[in-house]
Every structure is written in C-alpha cells, then in structure tokens.
Design a protein around this ligand. Sequence first.
Ligand code: G4P
Length: 531
Amino acid sequence: MSDLTKEINRRRTFAIISHPDAGKTTLTEKFLLYGGAINLAGSVKGKATARHAVSDWMEIEKERGISVTSSVLQFEYDGYCINILDTPGHQDFSEDTYRTLMAADSAVMVIDASKGVEPQTRKLFKVCGMRGIPIFTFINKLDRDANDTFDLLDEIEKELGITTCAINWPIGSGKAFKGVYDRESKSIVTFSDTEKGTKEGTTNIVPVADEASLVATIGQEAADKLLEEIALLDGASEEFDIEAVRNGKLTPVFFGSALTNFGVEIFLQHFLKMTTTPLPRKADIGVIDPVENNFSAFVFKIQANMNKAHRDRIAFMRICSGKFDASAEVRHVQGNKVMRLSQPQQIMADERKILDEAYAGDIIGVFDPGIFSIGDTLCAPKEKFVYDGIPTFAPEHFARVRQVDTMKRKQFLKGVEQIAQEGAIQIFQEFNTGMEEIIVGVVGMLQFEVLKYRLENEYNVEIRLETLPYEHIRWIENKDDIDISKLVGTSDMKKVKDLKGNPLLLFVNPWSIGMVLDRNKGLESSEFGRW
Ligand code: G4P
C-alpha cells in the first residue's frame, strides 16, 4: 500500500450533532482526552470556557458567550487520524451548521437519556439523512435518571425514521448506573472512578454466562433485570448490518456518560471500526475516488472577519481526494485560475497552524481575498471538474431590511450582498420590483443580529429589520415550464426571487404549500436551492 493510500485510509472525518446541552462539547473533550490531545487532570473545563476556547472571532460570540462559527479538531487515536467537525450548539444555529455536515463522512448524534429526541436533533438528522451518511447514536448522561431504554430506541425509530441497533446496553441509570453490556462479547463492562471525568477510566469485563461473577459485580437485582432485558432485546431487535449502517438506514446505538467517561472509549473504538474512510464524491465528470485521484477539494464555508482590521476571509475546504501540497499549484475551477493557496492552515479551536501538507478527509482553511464562493471546486492544474453544488437550506425566519440613512444605499447593498455570498444569510427580492425591497432569510434568528452588527461595524450602515411571518420556502424547480405570473397562490403566499433570479414562494402556513401544488398542476418545488 502506498503512503498516500495509508494516510487517506486512516482518516475518519465526522460531525457531532445534538440539541444544545445534550453533551456534545463534553463528549468531544473526552475524545480528545483518550486521544491524548488534551490533559484534563485537575479541572474539567466548564461549558463556558470550552465554548470561549472554540472561537472568539466575533464580538457577538463574546457578548453572548456562544460560538456562532464552527471549527475543526484533529487528533490521533490508535493509528487513526480523526477530524471532528464541530457544529455550533446554540439554539440559534445558522446555515453554517448544516453546511458543515456536507463536509463530514459520518455523524455522531448525542442524545440526552432523560430527554430523548429534541427539536434540533431532528433538524440536523434530516440533513444527515439527505446525504445518506452513516449516523451513530450516543445516548448520554446515564449517570442521571434516564428514560426507559426500550422507549428511547422506540422514540428514535419513530421520530427520526431510522432503524436502531443497540451495540451495548446500559446497566441501570442514575446512581445505579453500573456500566454497559456489550452484545457482541456477551460481557458486561463496568468502569472505575474517573475522578469526575478528569482521567481515563479503567474497565472490568465479566461474561454474563458467569452468573456468580455477574451477581458479585452488579448485584442480584441489576443482574436479573439485565438478563431479562437481554432476552427481550435479542428477540426483538434488528440484526446488525454494516451495509445498512453505511447507507444511513440503521444507526448503531451506544450508552454512556460523557461527564464521567463511562462508555466513551468503548464507543470510540467501535465507532472508528464501523465508520467509513473518506467517501468518494460526485462531480460533473463522475465519482471522484479519494485515493485514485489527484488533489481536489470543495469550499463549504467562508468565515469573514477573522481579523477585523483587514476584513479578511478564510475559506474552509474539505479535501476530497489525493494529497494537498502547500508548495504546489492548484486550479480554482469556478475562478478559472491556477494559483498557490495562500497561508493554508489547520484551524483548531483557538489556534491556527500553517500546513505543508494534508490528505483527503482533512479540512484546511486558506486565506481568501474575496475570490471563493461556497461550493467552489479546487483540483490539480491540469484537471477541470466541479463537485455537485452544496444545497442552500430552507430559511425559517424572514425579515424586510432597510437602511436607516437613505444616502448609504450603495454600502448597504454591497454589505448585504457580500454577507450573502459568504452564506451567512440568504437574500431575496420582491418578484416584480427588484432591489428596492430586500428580504433576508435565515435559518437561525441570531443571524439577524449578526447581519445588523456586521453592517454597522464593517460597512457603517445602520439598518432596520421588520420581521415577516413567513416560515416556509419552496424553490420552483421547473421554472422554465411555468408562468410564474399566472400561478394560483394562497392568501399567505408571497412570490420572491433569489440573487440569481430564481423564483421562490414563501408561506406562513405549511398546509398552504400542498394547496398551491394542488392548484397548479405540474408545479415542481423543492425545499433546497443550490449554490
Ligand atoms: P452541548 O455541547 O451539547 O451543548 O453540551 P455540553 O457538553 O456543554 O453539556 C451540557 C451540560 O451537560 C454541562 O453541564 C455538562 O457538564 C453536562 N453533561 C454532559 N455530559 C454529561 C453526562 O454524561 N452526565 C451528566 N450528568 N451531565 C453531563 P452544565 O452544568 O451546563 O455546564 P458545566 O459548567 O458543568 O460544564
């Protein structure tokens, strides 16, 4: 095997998704602990500190103590090179969170055992489902009283429409949480005290067939309950099928407590074995294999304002194939230019490291003088192909935006357009009148604040936002076959167009979408647009 193949095959690139507070940050920290990348001894970092450490790029983040932007963490474990894409975990998340999932090969879904499936889990899950990537479930906080284990699995299946397969099973919860039962080895695994999670735990393994030892380890009551649950589980549950996992049809489920490190390392070990090496990706010339092809990458995120004084931007790209060599030239396909990427770096939490090389599966950030757009492809100078576009995700909040000082129209338009180009907001115009009226659509409400803040600080334009009642959007897919002006709508529908002139419909009520489709036979619509 060549060195290139070896390097690529040992990479695992995934995102962690969860509803806020389910334990994403804590689990990530514990992965780093087992990977030897951080030393937590003495103090487990609180959420506030952890979040501040992730990124302090924008004042808003500091003021509100949250992270608007996502970052990438790379560490080594057991010969694997792991890239974790961190998705901001706040309620007010943005389209960036969704786009980050476009750069991942699999996702780890963290669920709070006392809460079950929560709204944000549902939304993020939908995007993972759209890509058909493998999804692994870690049910967390078993050190607190948890919902019934069977009920939790049932809820995931019903709410998210994915089959579950428990890889291990919790023994009790709350104060009675003793460890997990590993179904493959038919053994229980108990954990030693990890001093509130500050050090790696050690494990004790007992086969359930050895009933005397089982009872001696977890007590008669817990042993009886466990044996009964195992019988039920083995009778009722889905067979493990790695193909179904790879296609995102079946989610392997694990239990544990990120806070106390119980079950974290077992999860990591199983997960690394089951998840995929960097996946091939579709381009206009066919599927690009990560190992067989020369360097290629696509831009999935643009972060403005890393340094306010220079108004600089960093373009984040996911390497899809081959090796990136900082000294070699690459082709920016959309810009039709061959160039050397400027200051390629790995952005890890609050530190940046200049890179000489990177491989398929890795994420790099490069200095962007304003030439890159989301979805752009980079490849070897002699090649020319483009990766399939990244979807633009349906905004759920809309507002009409006006500048307060009418003399500043030009700066206002420039600012709004640039911020939209970075993907922080989507902008729409009235279908007939054009740019006089600008409607902004966002995935999370916080983006309105970011927009206001950035226009004031970077473009010196004060704006007024008037929120609109629309919550649903549909792009018209077959716009050439449809006469938009003759479309029969509903009273709560509004026709608008995006920056490229594509027609869209906004709705207040979800049921109006069906009504409009009914009233206009042949109309094809989609929740997603394309960059
Ligand atoms: P998030 O990134 O998904 O938003 O969640 P985060 O890891 O920040 O965890 C949210 C809260 O839940 C934190 O408590 C954290 O300590 C706690 N937590 C995480 N995993 C576990 C677990 O396995 N068991 C228990 N009992 N708690 C867990 P906090 O009080 O909000 O913050 P902190 O100041 O204690 O860090």
